[in-house]
Design a binder for this molecule. Structure first.
Ligand SMILES: C[S@@+](CC[C@H](N)C(=O)[O-])C[C@H]1O[C@@H](n2cnc3c(N)ncnc32)[C@H](O)[C@@H]1O
Length: 674
């Protein structure tokens, strides 16, 4: 056996016994400790063997001598002694003056099978059993002499079972920490891709009782996962289900826009690099707008100089996935952004070992969930346009309706926006929005396409443009309709004055004016978006009086319960009307009349008196719900607790809007010395 030459011995802190070897050179403190590195595998094997022989479980009952332990573990004393000495040297065990051995605190907590935090099986079976052997092939794998196909590896039921069961406990603990950092409050549906035993899904469903999760994994793994789930959560129906799927297949059998969260924990390190982009595109497709993609994996820092454990794991992954990507957050985030995600953030998970990259699917027009294609047509014989307020009331929209809404919004911001009708990548009818930086936009970089199907914003010079759409047939906005007669999408230029691509369709200006819900102006801007006056379908006054009398009575009984009298002042109530008119003006973006009200208020207050008033707006006419909502507010409760001498007033104003929408303003005021 060859020995590493010791270059020099150095005396540390003057103690003769503290002699230790150090490497040559002035930066020796930063240099590698070759012996610890090369012989580290012996210490690992000592740990794995101790787990297999049950050494830690025996010692969990109390300190024991070598002979007692030898009998318990079924190993001759002399050989066990050697193992115990190595475990003491590795700080796994401690030996007292009476030569009795006991577990170290970490071993007692994590490596004793009866402990709640036990993850010894993960070391014994996965790290010691599988990865240790794979790492022995590292040089061969690096030279490309040996390749292992991950899916084949997992088709072996023994491997799948060992690996998946061993992973389970360790992942349960990690999942708990992860979901403390990644809130599940808005998560109803979660997709756990490469979810293995379903540990993350199980933990998520425990932390949010509303949550349902689906695990996607190889068939053998799903089998193990299902049986673990039956043991862990025997309730019916189970909230974690399993779907057998190779996640690298081009499309997943999961409905588009059906998920709130897609999790990939320890998956990206097992997938060939060139398939990761596709994995994220699939996640994008199945997520709702505003949904989140969470990637958790062994990762190194973006600087790629550590941490060591992240780097070792990346190397280990090479032995099972030689065409994989040594992961760093920047590798993941660039691919997430390319798939259309935004708000990409990374943070540490298991210290110095794993990280999380978290991204959100952009959510323009996401307030309206997508109506399945064809549903609208099926419901009525003829397709029809729905006005925007009706669309909001319905709460669902087709691509066309989303495109119309978005285009109107962008026009409101004075952008040169158009609705495009054409076909998508599969040749199906589709609608999207086009915005031109300049009216003679002939350079693709000046044209942005907003796709309401997946909330992607694509420049026409982005390769995704030709992948997302296959033809554009018509474009229109509130002023013009143009027909495109260029067959090849890549040759369409968006200069609408170019007769080689565009033909203007005649537009009847009178009809356009009648169709408009909102007043048109020469130069539309945000302030011009106020709703047109809408003739009320019924008189609002009796309704306002009913609200005022109901709330007046409620104020009286509330104060009575507190032993306070109530004086309602009708003159003050008249004055409040001015304030409510102003509230509605401000809501619509019209000039504020606050100064008028302030002038009146200062005139009605005697010296030393103050006027306290809190306006509240409701968007419904369920008057019975008003009082509970009002009396819940701290500011109103303060007004209600005013002294006995105070004058009170209540005023309501009902403002009707198109399609039976209402804005109900309620103002409760108190005037006196407070
Ligand atoms: C280290 S385990 C992690 C399991 C689980 N996500 C967790 O964190 O507990 C990796 C999982 O990814 C799965 N996996 C790897 N490649 C996959 C693929 N192409 N399709 C589906 N699952 C895959 C494996 O079967 C395995 O269950």
């Amino acid at each position: 056996m060859s020995r590493r030459p010791i270059c020099r011995l150095k005396v540390v802190t003057g103690h003769a016994t503290a002699l230790r070897a150090s490497a040559c050179g002035s930066e020796s403190e930063d240099d590698v400790d070759l012996d610890s590195l090369a012989y580290g595998f012996m210490a690992s094997q000592a740990l794995f063997a101790a787990l297999e022989l049950g050494v830690f479980d025996h010692l969990a009952k109390g300190p024991q001598s070598v002979s007692d332990l030898a009998a318990g573990c079924g190993v001759p004393c002399n050989r066990l002694q050697t193992l115990l000495t190595a475990l003491v040297a590795a700080k796994c065990l401690r030996r007292d003056e009476s030569q009795l051995y006991s577990n170290s605190p970490n071993v007692q907590k994590f490596m004793v099978s009866s402990s709640k935090a036990y993850y010894g099986d993960y070391f014994k079976h996965q790290v010691g059993g599988l990865f240790y052997a794979r790492m022995g092939q590292l040089a061969k794998v690096l030279r490309g002499e040996e390749v292992l196909d991950y899916s084949q590896w997992f088709s072996d039921p023994t491997v799948a079972s060992l690996y998946t069961s061993a992973q389970h406990n360790g992942s349960l603990a990690t999942a708990k920490s992860l979901f403390r950092k990644v809130s599940l409050a808005t998560t109803g549906q979660m997709l756990d891709v490469g979810g293995g035993s379903g540990a993350f899904s199980l933990q998520a469903s425990r932390m949010n009782p509303e949550l349902r999760a689906t695990v996607l994994d190889f068939p053998e793994v799903c089998r193990v996962g299902r049986s673990l789930m039956e043991q862990a959560a025997p309730e019916k129906p189970p909230r974690v289900s399993f779907k057998e799927l190779d996640a690298t297949s081009p499309s997943w059998p999961v409905e588009a826009e059906s998920q709130d969260l897609v999790l990939m924990s320890y998956l990206c390190g097992s997938v060939p690099e060139d398939l990761i982009a596709q994995l994220f595109q699939n996640a994008f497709r199945v997520l709702r707008a505003g949904g989140r993609l969470v990637v958790h994996d062994f990762m190194v820092d973006d600087t790629r100089d550590g941490p060591a454990l992240g780097a070792y794991w990346a190397l280990q992954h090479v032995t099972v996935n030689p065409t994989g990507l040594g992961l760093a957050p920047c590798d993941i985030s660039s691919r997430m952004k390319a798939a259309g995600f935004d708000r990409v953030e990374a943070f540490d998970m298991i210290a110095a070992m794993t990280k999380v990259v978290h991204a959100t699917k952009p959510c323009f027009v996401s307030l309206l969930p997508l109506e399945p294609v064809g549903a609208k047509e099926a419901a009525s014989a003829e397709p029809r346009w729905t006005s925007f307020p009706a669309l909001w009331a319905k709460g669902r929209a087709t691509f066309e309706e989303r495109a119309l809404l978005l285009c109107s919004l962008l026009l409101g911001y004075s952008l040169d926006a158009w609705v495009c009708l054409g076909t998508d990548d599969k040749g199906l009818a589709h609608a999207w929005v086009l915005v031109r930086d300049r009216a003679d936009a002939s350079t693709p970089a000046q044209v942005t396409l907003w796709d309401p199907r997946n909330a992607q914003r694509i420049k026409a010079d982005d390769p995704r443009y030709l992948r997302s759409f296959s033809s554009v047939d018509t474009v229109f906005n509130h002023q013009r309709i143009l027909v495109c007669h260029e067959d090849e999408l890549q040759h369409v230029c968006y200069d609408f004055s170019d007769p080689r691509s565009w033909l203007a369709a005649p537009v009847d200006q009178e009809i356009l004016d009648v169709l408009r819900l909102y007043p048109s102006t020469f130069c539309p801007g945000v302030s011009d978006l106020a709703l047109k006056t809408w003739p009320p379908s019924m008189d609002s006054e009796p309704l306002e009086e009913a609200i005022e009398s109901k709330l007046g009575a409620a104020i009286r009984s509330h104060r009575e319960a507190a032993g306070l009298p109530t004086r309602l002042d009708s003159h003050l109530a008249q004055l409040l009307h001015v304030a409510l008119v102003n509230c509605e003006c401000e809501r619509r973006g019209l000039p504020s009349q606050a100064a008028v009200f302030e002038g009146l208020a200062s005139r009605v207050c005697a010296p030393g008196e103050v006027l306290r008033a809190t306006p509240v707006q409701f968007n419904h006419l369920r008057v019975s719900l008003f009082w509970s909502a009002l009396s819940d507010r701290a500011s109103i409760r303060e007004v209600l607790a005013s002294p006995a001498t105070t004058a009170f007033a209540v005023r309501a104003r009902v403002v009707r809007q198109p399609e039976d929408a209402v804005a109900v303003w309620v103002l409760i005021a108190a005037k006196g010395k407070m």
